[in-house]
Design a protein around this ligand. Sequence first.
Ligand code: COI
Length: 366
Amino acid sequence: MTTPTIELKPSSSPLSDAERDAILASPGFGRHFTDHMVTIRWTEGRGWHDAQLVPYGPLSIDPANMTLHYAQEIFEGLKAYRLPDGSVATFRPEANAARFQRSAARLAMPELPVETFIEACDVLVQQDKAWVPAHGGEESLYLRPFMIAAEVGLGVKPANEYLFLVIASPAGAYFPGGVKPVSIWLSEDRVRAVPGGMGDAKTGGNYAASLLAQAEAAAKGCDQVAYLDAVEHKWVEELGGMNLYFVYDQEDGGKKIVTPSLTGSLLAGVTRDSLLTVAEDLGYTSEEARVSIDQWRADSENGTLTEVFACGTAAVITPVGTVKSAGGEWKQGDGTPGEVTLKLRERLLDIQRGTVEDTHGWMHPL
Ligand code: COI
């Protein structure tokens, strides 16, 4: 497969330094976008072509565009960080590129070469480097690569044309409270994904499927919803847009972190994967295993499960403080962020901000 060269067509009217600085002072999450975007087309028989960096702006879409009807869409989320010397690097873009290919395969879409995915992100970050927030804080530049069907028609079939785009958005904390523990609503009747479905693909449909339960969680006063498996309604899978980790005391006095195994109906998060390694670096044991909801509650109550946290590119690492379900409610630990959660969070952020050695070769300098 050939990789098209990205043609640069920069904006003649980017935001002024003052306007950009005002946004960077308090970016929120996903509310502001940089001056440019990358677009690459795919057409059956021709492959990837017309790769361009263009001013950020609306797309003109035919009302019969297939994505609008049958949801053939996939996306990724990764971040660019400002390093101490002022340069910029992204975190594990090849892991996102590989997952993007897996998502594409699941949704019968063309696979974008890994090098094209990374180059598209690099070109956008290079062009909009001034949008990468200052070194040292919680802020970074969130990149959102995504692909939609571009064929027009109402027949249900894989499209014969696609559009890949990368947009970028300066991002602060995903949860307004930052590292303040969040509360979780345990959805016992609604499921996010089923075996053989597309729960392990990063596609908008999975997020759409999570919204009603998320709204129910909000109505119960909770920040997020946790899903159980669709068959036994017993095994903890993930939150609406984040993976989960459980921290246990071990008999030898050490700590073990456990994340639900990848059964096919939950997303293989890049942060989730990174933490399996970061935990070992910090002297903890890490494991992928099935965790039942009954065990979660019992181990919280008997004190062996000392901390629970959510993780994802957007959420980084966010402690879970309370769990509510139709059957009752329990506090996780003493309701404050746990020691292991904070240590893992600090080490991961230190790697991403370039303040500790990147021993795993995860950072991709620009
Ligand atoms: C991410 O963490 O990058 C996601 O795509 C999740 C979404 C909740 C923002």
